[in-house]
Design a protein around this ligand. Structure first.
Ligand SMILES: Nc1ncnc2c1ncn2[C@@H]1O[C@H](COP(=O)(O)OP(=O)(O)OP(=O)(O)O)[C@@H](O)[C@H]1O
Length: 250
């Protein structure tokens, strides 16, 4: 039985006006329903295929701030979100998550700044205890990402992550993989947009590809993230000589 926090979303395209760019995103405009049938669902595919747009639409429909944070974050530094959330209805599970977070690599700096505002008169050590005892701005991008995940995510949580690998070294991507796998096995749910050939390899995750103008399940070894990385590492010299040849560049 699917007892996930978010089981499915439905999109009512009649609520999106004609001329809105959302109607031009070919992977999305033919989709009415997306189901979440595993505790980890990855959105994969080429740049610009609509992964972040759908992720953000789901996050905002769920009650998150478009720039990220937990559900208490309520601020806007740049009003760029799409309006897709107005057309999305959520099919929630019976259980409610004990924690939730929308993590976006691209606006994490703003979220870290906002955390500092919310600290008020609390000491840094007390307020940031769950983040390794230091302000998020006093840690590197990757350190603060991982501190946030390790200190705040739990086994009964619901998490939406947009390219969490962006700040992480390969070693720390492996740490994140272990953490996600551990939490998901205990009941946490993740919906993640990613290009990481490391993260996408988590066992039992469902991969939804946004390539070829539709959203469809795909296998790890069929993702471009895996194939390009595998080809590059195994045939680096041949690959580079071809890529950097004058014929290819011209
Ligand atoms: N405010 C906007 N106005 C018009 N088009 C937009 C706007 N925001 C995004 N788009 C377009 O929507 C499409 C989907 O963008 P989106 O950011 O969802 O892609 P993505 O799959 O997440 O890409 P990436 O892997 O690079 O993060 C892109 O073609 C993008 O140019």
């Amino acid at each position: 039985m699917n007892d996930r926090f978010l089981k499915q979303i439905n999109i009512d395209w009649e609520k999106i006006e004609c001329g809105n760019y959302l109607r031009e995103i070919s992977s999305l405009n033919s989709v009415d329903t997306v189901s979440f049938d595993s505790n980890i669902t990855f959105f994969v595919g080429e740049n610009g295929t609509g992964k972040s747009t759908l992720l953000e639409g789901i996050a905002v429909a769920y009650g998150f701030n478009p720039e990220g944070g937990n559900k208490n974050y309520n601020f806007s530094t740049y009003d760029s979100h799409s309006g897709l959330h107005d057309a999305i209805s959520l099919v929630r599970g019976v259980k409610r998550p004990k924690s939730s977070y929308f993590l976006r690599a691209e606006s994490f700096y703003n979220v870290a700044s906002k955390a500092e505002d919310y600290r008020g008169g609390d000491s840094i050590e007390a307020f940031y205890e769950r983040y390794g005892g230091k302000s998020l701005h006093q840690q590197s991008h990757g350190e603060s990402f991982l501190a946030l995940i390790q200190g705040n995510f739990n086994e009964q949580g619901f998490y939406i992550l947009d390219e969490p690998e962006a700040a992480l070294s390969p070693q720390r991507q492996l740490t994140l993989l272990i953490e996600m796998d551990r939490l998901a096995k205990k009941g946490a749910q993740f919906i993640v947009a990613s290009h990481s050939p490391i993260l996408l390899g988590i066992p039992d995750a469902i991969l939804l590809s946004f390539d070829n103008g539709k959203i469809h399940p795909c296998q790890y070894v069929d993702t471009e993230s895996y194939q390009v990385m595998e080809m590059f590492i195994n045939n680096r010299e041949y690959f580079l000589s071809h890529l950097l040849s004058k014929d290819y560049i011209n």
